[in-house]
Design a binder for this molecule. Sequence first.
Ligand code: PLP
Length: 432
Amino acid sequence: MSTTLDTTATAQVAATVRRLGGGGPRRIAESAGLVITHGEGPYLITDTGQRLLDFATAMGVAAIGHGNPLWSRAVAGQAQRLAACVLNTSEHAAYLERLAQVLPPGVDRVALYSGGAEAVEVAVRLAQSVSGTRHLISFSNGFHGKTTGVRFSGGRFADERAALGVDWVHTLPYPRCEAHDALTYGSCEEDGAAALAELDARATALDGVAAIIVEPVLGTAGNRPPQRRFLAELRRLCDRRGWLLIVDESITGFGRLGCNFAVDWFDVRPDIIVLGKAIGGGYPLSAVAAPGALWDESLFAERSATSSSYGANPLACVAGIAVLDVITAHGFLAQVNRVSRRLSEGITALQHESPFVTGARGIGMMLGFDLVDPGTGALAGPELCLRLFRRCLDEGILIVGDVPEVRLNPPLILTDDHAGEAVAALRRALAG
Ligand SMILES: Cc1ncc(COP(=O)(O)O)c(C=O)c1O
């Protein structure tokens, strides 16, 4: 079914969002020009009845797919009992217990919030409070959110940062792995030595560093893994210099890499972990996990210093428990690993078959590739990206791909058959 099919109702929805929505409209929604009425497992269904494999998952949020019965029963049942409460609830206690079972040892005291950027703000403030210094080092193509404090932690708003005189956020190059694809990444032996040397030198010129914040795999920048031993070396540097390491697992957490967290995959001990997106399976939920000693040393030890209206909301807690029930079920992560291998094989083959595809990469269900213009060999321009993105939609798959750095964030519930269907759709859409 063609996406050029444009009903009046579809056009009206887009027009209303454009007319009454604040801020610029969401680029990918404008590019797709579709209206979604509901979801079923790994599929989104449009108002014209088209079924799309959802490889965007609201940028990783819908990790357990759409309409999961366990999750929807839990949320609906809780909505009838108690949706908000400022006093203690058993749902809050139960959720903290469940989270502590999957989090890395020691990093198990958790504050709950409702959005990723909010959690990043708290993680940074925690590090600043404990260290008594303000400087934060981040990576230039990292992304951690768009609130007042953290929007400067990637390279994107550098001019605004300079204009506002924000002088405590320092962005440095991230050592991306360029030499390995999704199938060979496990054998990458590079350690980001040049980036670490630059970071060390820059930090030496500062009057102390509160923390380094890092995405273990760059998400918004195109699902790009680092040179594989970089995070372990970064940990070593932090230990040597007494800096805190904040690992932002907003995308990588809760099974996306085929294990609970990226810190497990890379075998790295974090000081503070930021959790978001998949954590609530669609219910707005985020978290900051840190050792008890850090919380106790910080200004957050004071009562109510970091509580928020939605933090520990009982609806969010039961949603979070349902997500954990799904991803910790026997065999679930084994299936993620098996199916993601099939996807990796598919995109690796695609880069040899398609004139538009290069740079296939990723780990687990966090995959990506670049779109190129076969005429010039350069990254595809906006018009070509849009054309290929819409061809994917026409073939039945939604990718984060109206830009040259394509991201594939499929739902983790994908089966082998779904993976086969996805690869076939991409192959048809991206054929020469
Ligand atoms: C790694 C990472 N951290 C933080 C955020 C911000 O999360 P939110 O959009 O929920 O504020 C994002 C959002 O894409 C992200 O990718």
